[in-house]
Design a protein around this ligand. Structure first.
Ligand code: ADP
Length: 404
């Protein structure tokens, strides 16, 4: 089976093309500036290692899909001779609210249900719907599967997902914790479980997905018990441009002081806070180098991140009744030894010990790296996330009886 994985943004469309026989990526790429002047496709075929970039008009996601198919079937840069070789398509869908606890095969009814979740993440949902429409138009009749960022978190108990606002908010508007990055937490916790020498039901893992957006999850017995993102991806630890948690009374206070409308406040919390608002850059690499050069605000950002992640690890160990392993993943988790060390150092009183040499050298090379010493009370691992592979696997599993 050959599976095309699509991650659609409002003006972009990322894709990876998998051969599921050995789970290898045959090709991948990105369509940019869809619907805007200057749209282009960047395509890489990984068998021969050839790549190209081409400016081509794409008025919508349907045009983008046609460009993807042309790239995949191109004699020079492609890896298949016709689109009949694409067995099925898997889509990343950001928000499935409480409607989706697992991946599903596309039907008209399912698409309507996705539309009903739109309010929770309008921009992302519209982008996914455009990607789905683009595929349906470019490859009519091809089986499609939807994989939701929220689904893995649906096992949280009510005590974890309910907020202390009145119950009618939950009943009328679905206000509750949903969590994000579910596909990533599912992948890395699944890989970690395989490395633990105990039955899955006894495992207790904290997964730290630290990237531009960050979330931490408590995964007990392979199921999420709690996660740091909430009703939206704004909650939890400080992020590139998002604030993370703060006292909700600050929202109205800041709005009154600054004269912000609700839209302006939302923009402020999502795009002007976090690392960027505190020290002037949203990129952890910039923050790290500024801190090394003596920038106190940048150092504060690094300290705050390590402090907040440590707090989650501590509280999640308490709710799970113990901790077998901590997993670091995503851009920062995979590439920033100093953050991992700062977190592990804070956990040293609980017996967490990093192999400092291994940690200092460990950056992502697509392989799993054990960072803790053999006598550490808790295993600490770097596990590169692979959300696309999870989507491809789910798609292959769910579409296998539908493939013509
Ligand atoms: P997103 O949430 O957008 O998927 P990523 O997971 O790619 O983001 O994480 C982006 C963050 O990871 C940035 O703060 C960046 O500084 C950091 N990062 C990404 N790649 C590297 C790298 N190779 N070396 C150091 N830091 C990196």
């Amino acid at each position: 089976m050959k599976i095309l994985v699509i991650n659609a943004g409002s003006s972009s469309l990322k894709y990876q093309f998998f051969d599921m026989e050995n789970e290898t990526v045959l090709a991948k790429g990105n369509c940019d500036r869809i619907g805007i002047e200057g749209s282009a496709i960047k395509h890489k075929q990984l068998i021969k290692g050839v790549e190209y970039e081409e400016k081509t008009p794409m008025k919508d996601h349907s045009d983008a899909m046609k460009a993807v198919i042309a790239a995949l079937t191109s004699p020079e840069h492609g890896c298949i001779t016709s689109m009949d070789e694409i067995s099925a398509i898997g889509h990343r869908v950001v928000h499935g609210a409480s409607s989706f606890t697992e991946s599903v095969v596309a039907t008209d009814e399912i698409i309507e249900t996705i539309k009903s979740c739109r309010d929770f993440a309008p921009l992302h949902t519209d982008a996914s719907l455009m990607g789905i429409k683009g595929c349906t138009e470019a490859m009519p009749g091809k089986p499609q599967v939807f994989v939701f960022d929220t689904a893995f978190h649906q096992t949280m108990p009510a005590e974890a997902y309910m907020y202390g606002v009145s119950y009618d908010m939950y009943e009328e508007y679905g206000i509750r914790r949903y969590g994000m990055h579910g596909t990533s937490h599912r992948y890395v916790s699944g890989e970690m479980i395989k490395l633990l020498d105990k039955p899955e039901e006894d495992t207790k893992i904290v997964t730290c997905h630290l990237g531009n957006g960050s979330s931490i999850s408590a995964v007990k017995g392979g199921k999420v018990m709690d996660t740091s993102m909430g009703f939206t991806p704004l909650a939890g630890v400080i992020m590139g441009t998002r604030s993370g948690d703060f006292d909700p009374a600050m929202v109205t206070y800041i709005m009154e002081k600054k004269g912000f409308t609700p839209a302006k406040m939302s923009d402020y919390m999502n795009k002007k806070c976090g690392f960027l608002g505190l020290c002037g850059s949203s990129d952890c690499r910039d923050v790290e180098s500024a801190a090394k050069n003596g920038d106190k605000k940048a150092q504060l950002v690094l300290d705050m991140l390590a402090y907040q992640v440590t707090k989650y690890i501590g509280s999640y160990s308490a709710i799970m009744g113990g901790l077998d392993a901590i997993v670091f993943t995503a851009g920062i988790g995979e590439n920033t030894p100093s953050i991992r060390k700062a977190i592990a150092d804070r956990l040293a009183p609980f017996g967490v010990k990093l192999d400092e040499d291994v940690n200092a050298k460990a950056r992502v090379q697509s392989n799993i790296i054990k960072l803790s010493t053999d006598d550490s009370s808790v295993k600490v691992y770097l596990i590169p996330t692979n959300e696309e592979l999870v989507i491809a696997r789910d798609t292959a599993r769910l579409a296998k009886d539908l493939v013509k």
